[in-house]
Write a protein that binds this ligand. Structure first.
Ligand code: ADP
Ligand code: MG
Length: 480
């Protein structure tokens, strides 16, 4: 019997606002424990929340990027539970009227579209540390009140691979939109994975289990694989999958029951009385809309169709907006003669500029060599004035050393220019052919592959200065 895996995700995105969702405390990651905590974060009596406008803007940005309906009127609710890292005794969230409704995201090269149920805004809890001292738990409330978006998908994903693709796309998108650093290690992006299985062809959904807080893509994959096997095992032996919340143990690669349905929390949701409804004016919505960048998926397509980049390079260039923008900047300046194939621009960025940027910690757009100089550099290669290997090995580092110099001037000074001058080449060609009369005879008898040998000798004799196309043509003529 074959089974189909069905997965829905609840993804938490920590927003990169400077202050927290409902007060001015520092929202940045880390810091000495309990230093980003005013009376509001600590929930002292009498304190009141005040909504962070940036968090709303970020939610709208993500909603627009994902094709959601933006609720012009949304509200907050209290989700009540008791825990030491939740000083208020409730989480402020959006249960009844979330800020974004519907929407979808297509992944896997267009093969899978997952619909979104909604996106809501809420706050994070603090952090409990249970493994620092033997007999106590420690509480760090720096994270308490940091704004989160929760993206809830419909159960539309069908495999661990699709989940990985979906999460990578969300990560790229939130970084692209500048609303989160998408850092899974630091918990800026986390997901709860709802998994069920059903017999192939079956329309009705199977009973699901929710796996909590899977904090890396690798763990998500292993957790799903284990959970699918476990559920199929239960069904195959005639049992019934029970709805429950499970945890993932990375050490054993297994999931284990945290709580069953009967033990599910009753959160006693009710409308938050201390926050007025969020009303998004037409003007604000328009402003955010007008500031939206072109989306990475669209750009990835354009890079392939308009600029002829490979799927790999198009994906690489749209991982970060900085790289995409830099590539576009070079292509828009691209009007020297001949016009340089965008592929060559891409190669310069991939093979040289990205490694340089990574090793020096300098963003591409802060590169001291201006885009026009890089195009001139590529033009020297394109025109065969400097060989590609000489340009990359010698001219490239020299340009970074002296970024105010023109590449042509520098190449001339360094004596790197190739020579296509007929007199110069003819003299060397004659000399090479005279040195190898037997080889020339063999060539004439039909061993045409020897042209490579002659070119090699000619290059050596010219100290790498011979312009190869002209030189080859000349040798061929002389060998006729
Ligand atoms: P609840 O109201 O209990 O929170 P929801 O219907 O809101 O449940 O679903 C929560 C998450 O579980 C969503 O991401 C949804 O896609 C997913 N989900 C719901 N039913 C299933 C199922 N049968 N199999 C897999 N995922 C499911
Ligand atoms: Mg729900």
């Amino acid at each position: 019997m074959s089974y189909e895996t069905v997965i829905g995700l609840e993804i938490h995105v920590q927003l990169a606002t400077r202050s927290k969702a409902f007060c001015g405390d520092d929202a940045s990651f880390g810091g000495a424990p309990n230093t980003h905590t005013s009376a509001v974060s600590l929930a002292h009596p009498g304190t009141l929340p005040r909504l962070n406008k940036k968090a709303i803007e970020y939610a709208v940005r993500l909603g627009l990027a994902l094709g959601c309906d933006i609720a012009r009127h949304s509200t907050f609710d209290r989700k009540n539970y008791f825990y030491a890292d939740l000083p208020k005794g409730f989480q402020t969230t959006q249960q009844n009227n979330p800020i974004c409704l519907g929407g979808q995201l297509t992944v896997d090269g267009g093969r899978r579209t997952a619909r979104l149920h909604h996106i809501h805004l809420e706050e994070d809890a603090g952090k409990s540390l249970h493994d620092q001292t033997p007999h106590e738990s420690l509480i760090d409330l720096n994270r308490a009140g940091v704004p989160l978006l929760e993206i809830v998908t419909e159960p539309d994903l069908r495999s661990a691979e699709e989940v990985a693709a979906f999460m990578s796309e969300i990560r790229r998108l939130v970084r692209w939109l500048g609303i989160s650093d998408g850092n899974m290690e630091e918990g800026s992006l986390r997901c709860d994975v709802n998994v069920s299985v059903r017999k192939s062809g079956e329309k009705k959904l199977g009973q699901r289990c929710e796996i909590k807080n899977v904090n890396s893509m690798r763990f998500a994959r292993r957790a799903i694989e284990f959970e699918v096997k476990r559920q199929i095992g239960i069904l195959e032996s005639g049992g019934k999958v029970e709805q429950e919340t499970r945890g993932f143990d990375a050490a054993t690669g297994t999931t284990y029951s945290l709580r069953e349905k009967e033990e599910a929390h009753d959160y006693r949701y009710f409308p938050e009385p201390d926050l007025p409804p969020v009303v998004i004016s037409a003007a604000l919505l328009e402003k955010i809309q007008s500031e939206m960048p072109p989306l990475p998926q669209v750009m990835e397509q354009t890079f392939q169709t308009k600029y002829g980049l490979s799927t790999h390079d198009a994906a690489l260039f749209t991982q970060e907006r900085e790289i995409a923008d830099y590539f576009l900047q070079l292509t828009t300046h691209n009007n020297p003669q001949p016009v340089i194939p965008p592929r060559q621009i891409a190669n310069l960025i991939i093979n040289k500029l990205l490694p340089w940027s990574a090793s020096t910690g300098t963003p591409l757009n802060a590169c001291p060599v201006p885009p026009t100089a890089w195009l001139e550099f590529l033009n020297l290669i394109e025109n065969q004035q400097v060989s590609a290997s000489t340009a990359y090995q010698r001219l490239f580092p020299a340009l970074l050393e002296e970024p105010e110099h023109s590449p042509t001037l520098l190449a001339t000074e360094m004596n790197l220019l190739q020579n296509a001058d007929a007199d110069f080449l003819e003299k060397i060609a004659d000399e090479v052919l005279a040195r190898f009369p037997e080889k020339a005879a063999e060539y004439r008898k039909g061993k045409k592959g020897l042209i490579g040998f002659f070119m090699g000798e000619l290059m050596k004799a010219s100290k790498g200065k011979a312009e190869p196309k002209t030189a080859t043509r000349l040798l061929e003529e002389k060998l006729k």
